[in-house]
Design a protein around this ligand. Structure first.
Ligand SMILES: Nc1ncnc2c1ncn2[C@@H]1O[C@H](COP(=O)(O)OP(=O)(O)OP(=O)(O)O)[C@@H](O)[C@H]1O
Length: 577
């Protein structure tokens, strides 16, 4: 429990912690206001039952003399009105406090999920090679909801209701300690026993819920992202089956959690009702005077009316803490991952002489003992164009990712004009590069936004978009064949375009910023030879003032390169053309 509280405290920012303390203060004030409203019924019921009590209780007598009512009836009326006013004021205060609490909790969802997403996006590229994107999506959306609505919200209610139960307990203690002690012991035993019985189960179903939720996201994402393969291979029923199994388990566990956290209320309500009748009978037996019993019963009745739901909400808070601890662990672990520096640098690292790779050893995190390169040395001169060839799986794309600074070698250095590329300057280096991957990712926005990828719509330089599109041999297609030209939406991942058109949009994207270095990974593989030739010519016209590194399987794509590098079994063979 204290561990969970520490983790939750760790997730909050400084401002949120300050706000949380304010919330606690409001909540305690709410409990005090609630107690005052309960207390206010006592004088009313006492005088109503036995008006003579005014003369016996000094506080009532002073109040009577201060108010100077015309008769005891008017005094009873005034006491009743005062009690109603207090109850209304306390209810209003409660409503305001609850709104503040709800706002805090809901904005916490926004804050944690935004921070978690930005934390993920600041992780090095290798992180994404090991973590499934569906699980990361689930953490940002579903697990944060779980954390906020099943942990932070119940916790705030737990504190609120805890303060209320404490205040009520103090009130009934001051009235009749023995009866109060009996009530508290019975309540504590009841809830304690139920919690003890279900906590192990809550732990288990909480963890299973988390796994099932991940599987739901994963099967849904995989099926919809790979819809073409799913259709062609008739894999829909397999995916539906996978999703349904996880979804059923997820829903069953949610239902069990709801039942386990709600059902004690009925037992406690029945016990409370029985207790109230027992107290009435005992008091009647002790005093034999209904006028004495009435105010006491009013107090206990009202206290029970407020206390039982509060005790139930507290219990539910404890139950939810248990059930949601897996979500808390996942989020607090991921939020404590070290993050790379945030904002991109304004200064570009301009290549003037050469790029060098010296004695590079690189193995992927999942296969640390099988390096793709164990001692790779390579030099690429500035303003030349270099082709990279090699059999499939030889390591060409890996080499390009190292040159891009996306993958960090375990040994050796990547340097630009003698300056080693490190975490501190890798973003400046990446600003100098235009990169076309094997598969260009297109977002479901316009052609222009896809070319100026990552630039807010209002800051797009349309002249640069057109220049890049012309160089990538896609301008004519966009203006002549697309109804809305550069404003045409391309569909999810560019489904409304052909493979070659997508590739050319990728090339236009790389050229948009007119970078001094171009890295092309099989950028022209889906083009017909005529378009490829035109594109290579356009790229060739750029070289001389650009450094171009091209991976290609077809040697025809490399005829303009001054140097060909063959990646072969950990080694590099160089050939000048
Ligand atoms: N994320 C990864 N985790 C582990 N191994 C990987 C990963 N990505 C690639 N590999 C392995 O690294 C080796 C080099 O892969 P790479 O993609 O660089 O080859 P390539 O020469 O570009 O191949 P192709 O011409 O088929 O695109 C391959 O054996 C591949 O299985």
């Amino acid at each position: 429990m204290s561990n969970a509280l520490k983790k939750i405290w760790g997730i909050l920012t400084q401002t949120e912690r300050r706000k949380a303390v304010w919330m606690l203060l409001l909540v305690v004030l709410m409990a005090l206001a609630e107690t005052a409203s309960v207390l206010s019924i006592m004088p009313f019921l006492s005088v109503l039952g036995r008006p003579a009590i005014i003369q016996e209780v000094p506080a009532l007598l002073s109040l009577y003399q201060w108010l100077t009512p015309s008769d005891p009836r008017q005094f009873i009326f005034l006491l009743g009105m005062a009690s109603i006013a207090l109850v209304i004021a306390s209810s209003l205060f409660k409503a305001v406090t609850l709104h503040a609490l709800n706002r805090f909790v809901h904005l916490e969802r926004h804050s944690v999920s935004t921070r978690l997403l930005s934390h993920y996006l600041q992780q090095p590229y290798e992180f994404f090679l090991q973590r499934n994107p569906s699980i990361l999506t689930k953490n940002v959306l579903s697990e944060v909801d779980q954390l906020v609505f099943d942990l932070i919200q119940p916790l705030s209610q737990l504190v609120a209701q805890g303060a209320l139960v404490l205040a009520m307990t103090a009130l009934i203690f001051s009235y009749d300690p023995v009866t109060a002690l009996c009530i508290v012991i019975v309540l504590a035993i009841l809830y304690g026993a139920i919690y003890g019985l279900v906590r192990g189960r809550l732990d288990r179903i909480g963890r299973e819920r988390q796994t099932a939720d991940g599987q739901r996201y994963q099967s849904c994402n995989e099926a919809l992202s790979g819809i073409k393969d799913v259709k062609v291979t008739h894999a829909a029923s397999t995916y539906i089956g996978k999703f349904a199994a996880a979804s059923r388990l997820f829903s069953r566990h949610l239902a069990t959690n709801d039942t386990l956290s709600q059902s004690p209320l009925y037992i406690v309500e029945a016990t409370g009702y029985t207790g109230l009748i027992v107290i009435a009978l005992v008091l009647l037996h002790r005093t034999n005077d209904v006028a004495h019993v009435l105010p006491a019963l009013g107090l206990y009745g009202f206290a029970a009316y407020r206390m039982l739901p509060a005790a139930q909400i507290m219990y539910r808070g404890f139950a939810r803490l248990r059930y949601s601890s897996a979500a808390l662990d996942a989020i607090s672990e991921d939020l404590s991952l070290p993050a790379e520096p945030g904002a991109p640098p304004t200064q570009m690292l301009v290549l003037r002489q050469r790029i060098r790779l010296d004695h590079i050893r690189f193995a992927y995190p999942s296969t640390p003992d099988a390096p793709v390169f164990s001692d790779l040395t390579l030099q690429i001169d500035a303003n030349t164009s270099v082709g990279i060839i090699g059999r499939s799986g030889a390591g060409k794309s890996t080499l390009m990712d190292i040159l891009l600074g996306l993958l960090s070698p375990q040994d050796g250095t990547l340097s630009v004009d003698g300056q080693p590329i490190t975490a501190a300057n890798v973003m400046s280096w990446q600003q100098a590069i235009g990169y076309v991957p094997q598969h260009t990712y297109l977002s479901d926005t316009s052609v222009a936004e896809n070319i100026a990828f990552g630039v807010p719509r209002e800051h797009i330089d349309f002249a640069a978009v057109e220049r890049a599109a012309r160089a990538a041999q896609i301008h004519d297609f966009v203006t002549k064949e697309l109804q809305q030209g550069y404003s045409t939406l391309v569909g999810d991942r560019g489904v409304r375009l052909s493979g070659g058109q997508r590739q050319r949009l990728g090339i236009a994207r790389a050229l948009y910023r007119d970078p001094p270095v171009l890295l092309l990974d099989e950028a022209t593989s889906a083009l017909d030879s005529e378009t490829e030739e035109a594109l290579n010519e356009a790229i060739q016209n750029l070289s001389g003032n650009k450094t171009i590194i091209v991976i290609a399987h077809k040697t025809s794509s490399l005829q303009h390169c001054q140097k060909i590098i063959t990646v072969e079994g950990n080694a590099i063979l160089e050939k000048h053309q």
